[in-house]
Design a protein around this ligand. Structure first.
Ligand code: GLU
Length: 491
């Protein structure tokens, strides 16, 4: 039997980290086993479901590269793939369950249910449906319906039995059916509940493995009882662990970005995100940490998903991202960095290919996320980069810094070649002529040109800035030095 898995998001928000990991594990399990990855949109809640949210989820999946084999936009033999279009299935299954006595109409109003619930709570009992409509005779039911009653459909919970499954991630999980009650399958407005629709769809879509978050463990016994009542073989279940923020609490918006696309905005590559998500609760061998999606498609094993909570570690995400950035072929890396900058207010399309390549090369390892490029590259991206006060104070304390800056400005002004080699040669020969170490010219020049002490290689910086800006910045810094330094002549 070929594997069929599904990712079944409710379109009520973005594709968040937990959902993205669930989607990834499903996708990988399908790929590793040569199976089918189905995308099903669980949009029965018309009030909370939105088209925008669905589009955002699809965009998030596409961004990660998780292509689905069946579902919205691609179709398939087991559609429709929107629950809102599957009413006929739910109605048919509801009739089937009712006809064999596994479900019954319930006429209790929400006010009555609410009242009984508070009474139960007041008595210290767990709130559960008391089953009173189960006992109604066929005649009573008919009478209620003709009096205008619109019943919900409830599951007739079988008498005490154990509901257990061998969870791929957690081994055996068992519940006693008594802890459940006659839960609602179809609400009085005719809409199926999650548990019911999910089982009907998983059966109809021939799903073999249900891989989802552990927040659904409590739903699984209900779903298993439904499979039993329907005489259907249940799928294999795998409940991935929850994801915690660095403070040990369940990951949420409080921890910052949680939608995958927000990470894209923060300069995370899809490759980095996929790799990081894979490691949130899964490991190959405890050693290998870097994987591309294509590699994961070969080595992922559902059996190795870890039941313990996974901690979302931003440092780790950035590290993983940096490794992927490094691994990209240079033209690709250049394109991503330039593309990100263009989308964030720095259009570099007017620069030549050589310049853009040199720019990205110069940023080097200082760039862990694409967003870092805006910061590390600020020296050339903004007209007057901020001057770090510490760097400036140090420069003020350097004797004759102004003269060195001016001498360098003059020297490079006459460099006809303007290549890395010629700029380096000019700087070094100047230092030698002045009886200085090259660093004694380079360090002040770095501060003058970038506003920082730690910056990319000085010759690259000069090359990227170009003759005019190099001269202007060196001259401006020299002038400011003379105005502010206690060592300046006349100070
Ligand atoms: N729509 C449910 C959710 O988003 C799906 C749960 C499941 O995978 O069964 O949580």
């Amino acid at each position: 039997m070929t594997t069929r898995v599904r990712f079944a998001p409710s379109p009520t928000g973005f594709l968040h980290v937990g959902g993205a990991r669930t989607a990834l594990y499903n996708y990988l399990h399908a790929r590793v086993t040569g199976g089918t990855f189905v995308l099903r949109i669980e949009d029965t809640d018309a009030e909370r479901s939105t088209e925008d949210s669905m589009q955002a989820i699809l965009a998030g999946l596409r961004w990660l590269g998780l292509t689905w084999d069946e579902g919205p936009g691609v179709g398939g033999d087991h559609g429709p793939y929107f629950q809102s279009q599957r009413r006929a299935f739910y109605d048919a299954y509801a009739r089937r369950l009712e006809s064999v006595g596994h479900a019954y109409p319930c006429f209790c109003s929400s006010t009555e249910l609410e009242q009984r619930r508070s009474e139960q709570l007041a008595r210290g009992e767990d709130p559960r449906y008391d089953g009173r409509c189960r006992a109604l005779s066929a005649a009573e039911r008919a009478a209620r319906v003709s009096a205008g009653g619109r019943p919900a459909l409830r599951f007739a919970l079988p008498s005490a039995q154990e509901v257990a499954w061998d969870d791929v991630v957690r081994e055996r999980i068992a519940f006693q059916s008594e802890v459940l009650d006659d839960f609602v399958l179809v609400r009085s407005d005719g809409l199926p509940t999650y548990n019911f629709a999910c089982v009907v769809d998983d059966i109809e879509m021939r799903i073999t493995h249900v891989i989802r978050g552990d927040d659904h463990i409590s739903n699984t016994p209900r779903q298993l009882l439904l499979y039993r009542a329907l005489g259907a073989e249940p799928p294999v279940f795998a409940h991935a662990s929850m994801i915690l923020g660095p403070d040990g609490k369940r990951l949420s918006k409080r921890h910052g970005a949680t939608s995958v696309e927000a990470f894209g905005e923060l300069g995370i590559l899809p490759e980095g995100m996929v790799n990081f998500l894979a490691l949130l609760g899964w490991a190959l061998d405890g050693k290998t940490e870097l994987f591309t999606l294509a590699e994961l498609e070969r080595v992922f094993q559902l059996e190795r998903v870890n039941p313990n909570p996974a901690v979302f570690d931003t440092q780790k995400l950035e590290w993983v991202n940096a490794q992927h950035l490094k691994r990209l072929a240079e033209p690709d890396r250049v394109q991503r960095v330039i593309g990100y900058l263009a989308a964030h207010g720095h259009d570099l399309s007017g620069r030549g290919e050589d310049w853009r390549t040199m720019f990205v090369r110069t940023l080097g390892d200082r760039v862990r996320t694409l967003a870092d490029a805006a910061d590390v590259g600020a020296f050339v991206l903004v007209e007057s980069p901020a001057m770090e006060s510490e760097a400036w104070l140090e420069l003020l304390a350097k004797p004759a810094a102004d003269a060195r800056l001016v001498a360098l400005a003059e020297r490079v002004a006459g460099d006809p070649q303007w290549s890395l080699a010629s700029l380096e040669a000019a700087t070094r020969s100047l230092a030698a002529e002045l009886g200085l170490k090259p660093g004694e010219i380079i360090a002040p020049a770095r501060v003058a040109l970038t506003g920082r002490k730690a910056a990319p290689g000085i010759f690259e910086v000069m090359w990227l800035l170009g003759r005019e800006r190099v001269q202007a910045r060196l001259a401006a810094a020299a002038e400011r030095w003379r105005a502010e330094s206690p060592l300046a002549a006349g100070a």
